[in-house]
Design a protein around this ligand. Structure first.
Ligand SMILES: Nc1ncnc2c1ncn2[C@@H]1O[C@H](COP(=O)(O)OP(=O)(O)OP(=O)(O)O)[C@@H](O)[C@H]1O
Ligand SMILES: [Mg+2]
Length: 456
């Protein structure tokens, strides 16, 4: 039988709760002071309560102090639900930070209380079934960057291996967050161009007028502001790899110039007449379906064939769900709550939820979600209620104060704030990306890029 300790100095409250919980088959014990709560918590296993309902004001000391003391002797995950007549944010935050399971305000609705308690015990049961993640990956090469054992990913590895030794142009396709840039990085590292640089160009982020000089460089005086000669990315990538990311976003005019360069393997800087030869491996990526773009007149068919000499297609995560546990293990190992913390663990119910989800943001979304869950679980066990799929409308905006108190890094906080802002803008504009972008003062391409990075 589950034992619950009710700690309150008001006997009337104790009576009400006792009746309620005994009717539900719980074994109820009582305490009227902080000292007796601490006593009960240090009792031997069989006598120790499975859950404590504790008033925040006890006659001898505050419930928060009891919590603090119990935590320093017991460690994380105290089975405590705090009760208070004052629902102030500071106390609530502090109680949760100190590891209370939940926090309820008086006067309470008895059905709610019961629900919270039952949920606690259910969750307790599920999170006791922690998954042995470390067994999943087995012997993994620590330098391995691409994770996944599904047949679809095996095909990807084979293609990468096959083209490693050639200088053929490669087109990497797949939905946002499927790992296109990662594949480009690996392709470069194992290629014969590995000793040269890997130069990345995000074709979506640059305005049309800049893209050309960015790619090909310009001569001094080529246009207003061109005070010096400048090398373009193609020249910088000499004897290395150039990665043309989001190539599907290029304007038709720039596509034409790119095609010429790929055909002739030489180009002129903007405003110049000297031709520059290129010795560069070209890798392009897009999350657009280029044949459709060609059909719609937005992409040149001849350029498509030039780029698509070898193609690597990265399937969406929902089509290779067997890779989810491996990826979870990988990201849990990579992101720590604090530098010196041991990896978080993942409960069976959390894993079940992740296996059922569709992952529109693919691996990036999974990675962001794990990072976030690690913060929420304070490095302990990640349970289903710490899993927060962005698609859900119930997402709360982050509480910066809470994050700072938890010692969260600024970069992580900024990332969360950005995600909240993007998410909120989408919500307020019913998913209309152009309107959401303009609400935040961003160009649509920039907005989409940031959404992609944040798994939205
Ligand atoms: N198979 C994988 N194993 C490990 N990490 C992965 C894998 N796939 C993607 N990632 C990680 O997920 C994140 C997103 O991947 P990446 O940037 O390569 O996606 P992308 O396909 O280029 O997305 P987009 O189209 O939005 O630019 C990166 O942090 C990357 O390291
Ligand atoms: Mg990318």
């Amino acid at each position: 039988m589950q034992r619950i300790l009710i700690a309150d100095d008001d006997p009337a409250i104790r009576d009400v709760l006792k009746d309620l919980l005994e009717d539900e088959g719980f074994d109820v014990v009582e305490a009227d002071s902080g000292a007796s709560v601490l006593n009960a918590l240090t009792a031997s296993n069989g006598d120790r309560p499975g859950l404590v309902m504790m008033d925040i004001r006890l006659p001898d000391q505050s419930g928060l102090d009891v919590l603090r003391e119990a935590q320093s002797s017991q460690g994380e995950g105290l089975p405590v639900i705090m009760m208070t007549a004052f629902g102030t944010s500071n106390v609530a935050i502090e109680a949760m930070r100190l590891g209370a399971y939940d926090y309820i305000t008086k006067p309470f609705d008895l059905d709610d209380v019961l629900l919270t308690i039952k949920r606690y015990f259910e969750r307790q049961q599920l999170s006791n079934q922690v998954i042995e993640l470390s067994s999943l990956l087995g012997e993994r090469d620590p330098n391995e960057l691409i994770i996944g054992k599904s047949p679809a990913m095996q095909e990807v590895y084979k293609t990468i291996g096959r083209v490693a030794g050639s200088d053929a142009t490669v087109l990497v396709t797949g939905e946002t967050g499927t790992g296109k840039e990662l594949v480009a990085t690996v392709l470069h590292r194992i290629s014969t161009y590995a000793h040269g640089p890997l130069i990345k160009v995000n074709c979506a982020a640059l305005p049309e007028t800049l893209l050309e000089s960015e790619l090909f460089g310009h001569e001094k005086g080529a246009f207003t502001g061109a005070i010096n000669q400048r090398k373009g990315r193609f020249e910088m990538a000499n004897k290395g790899t150039i990665f043309l990311d989001e190539v599907g976003e290029m304007s038709l005019a720039t596509q034409k110039k790119l095609l010429r360069v790929l055909q002739e393997r030489e180009f002129e800087r903007v405003g110049g007449s000297v031709s520059v030869k290129i010795d560069t491996r070209v890798i392009a990526a897009t999350n657009k379906i280029l044949p459709q773009e060609i059909e719609a007149g937005r992409f040149r068919e001849d350029l498509y064939y030039r780029l698509n000499v070898i193609s690597v297609y990265l399937p969406p995560l929902r089509d290779r769900k067997e890779d989810i546990p491996l990826l979870v293990e990988y990201f849990v190992g990579k992101h720590r709550y604090r530098q010196d913390a041991s990896p978080a663990r993942v409960s069976q119910d959390a894993m079940n939820a992740m296996m059922e989800y569709d992952w529109p943001g693919n691996v990036r979304e999974l990675q962001n979600l794990i990072e976030r869950a690690i913060v929420l679980s304070q490095g302990g066990i990640i349970t289903a209620d710490q899993i927060d799929f962005y698609g859900a409308d119930t997402r709360k905006l982050i509480d910066v104060g809470d994050y700072v108190r938890r010692g969260t890094a600024l970069t992580q906080i900024m990332a969360e704030v950005e995600r909240d802002a993007l998410h909120e803008a989408l919500q307020q504009n019913d998913g209309d990306r152009a309107a959401a972008a303009s609400a935040l003062g961003l160009k649509v391409a920039e907005f989409n890029k940031r959404c992609g990075e944040r798994g939205l």
